[in-house]
Each structure stands twice: as structure tokens, then as C-alpha cells.
Write a protein that binds this ligand. Structure first.
Ligand SMILES: Nc1nc2c(ncn2[C@@H]2O[C@H](COP(=O)(O)OP(=O)(O)OP(=O)(O)O)[C@@H](O)[C@H]2O)c(=O)[nH]1
Ligand SMILES: [Zn+2]
Length: 359
């Protein structure tokens, strides 16, 4: 930022206490228990004024959905009072602006929960709400919760699309910050164990919670700061806690995987951004079988040669962002990354990252 101290005409900036409102995206396959989770959160005592928004982005069953939440079959084009002073609405003109307008009309909420349709790809929705600080939005993305139907999840994951693209159920799991494995009452322990393992292989980093009727500790799902306040400490802890094994070097099956990579040294910011853009935008990073690497989510801590402090990198869908961290001093310029996606070739990703290091 330039130095403006000589300029007499620059007015003092007034500090305004604008408290941003967190938004949590609730996604999950058809009938997994998203609305059940919403209703549960709304009936719990949490002292928050929560707005519930039903996302109609992915056309289809929106009318049904609106009815399911109202219990009486009302359609919510407009706001409707729920228990605990919470409000509900369905946003047709889906988008940040629409929600901000509604807040202007109805006063601010403490929290926003957005239920996507079961067939939605949460990637674009998440990146839409994950706004740059500079955009001065009233809301920020807190995290993505994916509700999974224990009984049908495996079957959904095994499905294949004719064009070979990723099925939504898999995208939803790959993108999650919290995975609620719901309806555990419907399956045997053995089945649950194997589902648990399979989900872990797809997404090695999300918090996993097993529930019936989506009953869970509210603190485990709200106020996660999975996108904004994620400091390097928290990420480090995550790397330590999740000691999952991933011998897969060249991955050639079509499922989603989590791959972690460590490199040592200082990264050149330009090279690294170039790599990110190739990976996320140009999609020209491939695995050893020449299949395009698809990234659903990426997190990491890294050091740039131009900066003393470390940076946290976050990406979802095609959006990425760096945040400077304050805690870094003693670290030996270690860069650690977690990639969640498909056709992740650890060897190739490692090579690309090595090439970003300043020699
Ligand atoms: N047995 C059992 N049924 C459940 C559980 N949780 C939810 N259900 C039932 O599953 C059905 C679907 O639940 P919803 O909460 O409407 O699922 P949803 O994900 O919102 O569904 P869509 O919005 O249609 O995609 C309802 O009949 C729920 O009562 C559970 O833990 N066990
Ligand atoms: Zn629903």
C-alpha cells in the first residue's frame, strides 16, 4: 500500500464496527438429511437469530423442499418466521447480493444456513460466497457441511456418469469441511466401518461426525472459520491429527482422493500462482495417464521468498486466496499442502511444487 501521509486531502478512515455474518452451506445427496439438520439446528437453543435459505440454483425439487421445511406446505418466496426467531426464505435470484438485500430489508441475522439442492455441485456456490475481504461484503463463508446418507452413500459414490464427469455425491464429499454421516441407525457396524474408511480416503481432512436424525453438537458445525480464520496453527494441527496413509503415488482410479505434500524451501510467488492457475483454471496438470487433475479443495501453508511470514493458501473450485499468518518465526520454510480431488498424481504434483521453489 502506498504512503499517503503527505496528502492533506485524504480524509481519516472511520472505523465502523461491521460484524460480518457467517454463512454455512449445507449440501448432501437427495434425502440425506439436510432439512432434518436444519430443523434440528433451529430447535436447539443457540441464542442466534438464524436465517435459513433454500437455494434454488439447481432447479428441480425446490417447491417440495420449501414445503418440507415449513411443515405446512407453504411456499417461501418471502420471509417466514421460524422458531427461535429465525427466518426462512428461498432465494431464487441466488447470490450474495440477493441475501444482502434481504438483510437490509429484514435486519441482520447472526447466522445464515444455506441448503443446496441434493443434486447441486457445491463448488461454484461455495466460491460465490467466499468473497475477498476487499469486497466488503456483509457475509462470509464459514464452511461447507455435507450430509451423507449412510445407507445409500456407497451406492451413490459408485455411480458413474456417462461422460465420465464426477458425480455430485463425490464432489459434495470432497468439498466438505464437515461430513455428517447420517442415518447410522439404518446400517450395521461393519458397513459403517467400511463407509467411514471410504469417506476418509476421499476427504482426509474434513471433520467426520456420525449421527441419527442429524443430531450433533452445534459447536462442531457452526463457526468453523474454515475459509477465513484458518490460521497456520489450526492447519498444522490438522496435518498432525490426520495421520492418514496414502501410498497411492500414481492414482489411476476415478475416485476422489486426498493427497498431502511437503516441500522445503521458499516458493517464488509468481511460479506458484502460475502453477495454481494451470491447475485450477487452465486445467492442464495431468496424471501419469494423461487424465486432467480436478481439484475440489486445496489448503496449505507456504513460504514465499519475498516474505518473512508464512501464508495460508485456500482454494475451492476455481477460486484461490492467500492469507498472511502471524505465527511463523521458527519454521524452516516448510510448505505443506493438501489436495482433494480426482486424478491427483502425487509424483507429478510434487514435481510441479518443486519447480516453484527458489533455487
Ligand atoms: N432412519 C432415519 N431417517 C432419517 C434420518 N435423518 C433423516 N431421516 C429421514 O430421511 C428423510 C429425508 O430427510 P431430509 O432431511 O428431508 O433430507 P434432505 O437431504 O433435506 O432431502 P432433499 O432436500 O429432498 O434432498 C426424511 O423422511 C427424514 O425423516 C436418520 O438418521 N435415520
Ligand atoms: Zn431438504
Amino acid at each position: 500500500m502506498g504512503d499517503l501521509s503527505d496528502d492533506e486531502d485524504v480524509p481519516d478512515l472511520v472505523e465502523v464496527d461491521v460484524k460480518k455474518v457467517p454463512i454455512t452451506i449445507i449440501t448432501g445427496y437427495l434425502g440425506a438429511g439436510k432439512t432434518t439438520l436444519l430443523n434440528y439446528v433451529l430447535t436447539e437453543q443457540h441464542g442466534k437469530k438464524i436465517a435459513v435459505i433454500l437455494n434454488e440454483f439447481g432447479e428441480g425439487d425446490s417447491i417440495e423442499k420449501s414445503m418440507s421445511i415449513g411443515e405446512k406446505g407453504e411456499l417461501f418466496e418471502e420471509w417466514l418466521e421460524l422458531r427461535n426467531g429465525c427466518l426462512c426464505c428461498s432465494v431464487k435470484d441466488n447470490g450474495v447480493k440477493a441475501i444482502e438485500d434481504l438483510m437490509t430489508k429484514r435486519g441482520k441475522f447472526d447466522y445464515i444456513l444455506l441448503e443446496t439442492t441434493g443434486l447441486a455441485d457445491p463448488g461454484p456456490i461455495a466460491s460465490m460466497f467466499w468473497l475477498d475481504e476487499e469486497l466488503c461484503s456483509d457475509i462470509y463463508l464459514d464452511g461447507v457441511i455435507t450430509v451423507v446418507d449412510s445407507k445409500y452413500c456407497q451406492k451413490n459414490l459408485d455411480e458413474k456418469k456417462p461422460d465420465g464427469s464426477l458425480i455430485e455425491a463425490a464432489r459434495q464429499i470432497g468439498l466438505a469441511d464437515v461430513i455428517i454421516v447420517n442415518k447410522t441407525d439404518l446400517i450395521q457396524e461393519q458397513e459403517l466401518r467400511s463407509l467411514r474408511e471410504n469417506i476418509r480416503t476421499c476427504n482426509g481432512f474434513a471433520k467426520m461426525i456420525e449421527t441419527t436424525r442429524a443430531r450433533t453438537n452445534i459447536d462442531d458445525i457452526l463457526d468453523l472459520h474454515a475459509y477465513s480464520g484458518l490460521g497456520s496453527d489450526k492447519l498444522e494441527k490438522l496435518f498432525k491429527d490426520r495421520g492418514f496413509n496414502e501410498e497411492v503415488k500414481h492414482q489411476i482410479d476415478q475416485t476422489i482422493r486426498t493427497v498431502t505434500i511437503d516441500t522445503q524451501g521458499s516458493m517464488c510467488k509468481n511460479y506458484f500462482e502460475n502453477f495454481l492457475q494451470n491447475l485450477l483454471w487452465e486445467k492442464n496438470i495431468k496424471n501419469c495417464k494423461n487424465q486432467v487433475t480436478e481439484i475440489l479443495r486445496l489448503k496449505g501453508i507456504l513460504s514465499f521468498d519475498s516474505e518473512d511470514q508464512c501464508f495460508v493458501i485456500q482454494a475451492v473450485h476455481q477460486t484461490y486466496d492467500f492469507q498472511a499468518t502471524t505465527t511463523c518465526g521458527d519454521r524452516n520454510r516448510i510448505n505443506r499442502f493438501v489436495f482433494i480431488g480426482r486424478n491427483l498424481d502425487k509424483v507429478i504434483l510434487e514435481e510441479n511444487l518443486q519447480n516453484c521453489l527458489v533455487k
